[in-house]
Design a protein around this ligand. Sequence first.
Ligand code: SAM
Length: 215
Amino acid sequence: MRLRNIPGADEAIADSPHCIQEPMAEKGRWHLIFGNENPIHIEIGMGKGQFIMKLAKEHPDINYIGIERYSSVLLRALQKMEIEPLPNIRFLCMDASIITEVFDKEEVAKIYLNFSDPWPKDRHAKRRLTSSRFLGLYDQILADGGIVEFKTDNQPLFDFSLESVKESGWTLLMQTRDLHHSEFAEGNVMTEYEAKFSAMGNPIYKLEAVHDKKA
Ligand code: SAM
């Protein structure tokens, strides 16, 4: 994501009813924020929010939480929410590395990772959102049977992620190296990056994985 520091972004987030200012205070209490017991799905690295906002519109019976670490990027999603507010979505401006301090054990039903930063240098592998370090964090907050869904156009990152899923003892539910021309294309919701990269002719890779808690 190309970043410009947008003046006023931090203030807009601090003032927004759609952003939770102290997410750690809500650990174990997210259902109270939404006022219902619907399942909670999160997207980590949501960017400008196109994907998660479309899902929230299509599935009013699911609560969505979008996580983005840069205020100048998250601001774009807030601007869209002002035009079309959705009751079943909230945003968090934070780094995913503190996710277990924000969500309680089994509080999340599904995690989406879309076009996550590749961190190509080996010494930065732990920062990849599909590394075994992050899968370990997801395992702590996901309910039994909770799925991680990951899309990318980056082949080395996809190969790394497959390896990481296997090494961490997760089960691969599906994988494709050309999502848009596969049996899994129907119902696919495109992200901003996905639209951009597929328009350039790049194939889109996708996997879904689950960790059996009883194993
Ligand atoms: N998911 C969007 C899409 O597919 O269009 C945006 C993809 S962009 C390449 C990756 C986004 O993830 C960036 O906005 C970046 O700031 C965010 N991000 C990367 N690592 C993160 C982390 N550890 N915690 C929160 N956000 C993160």
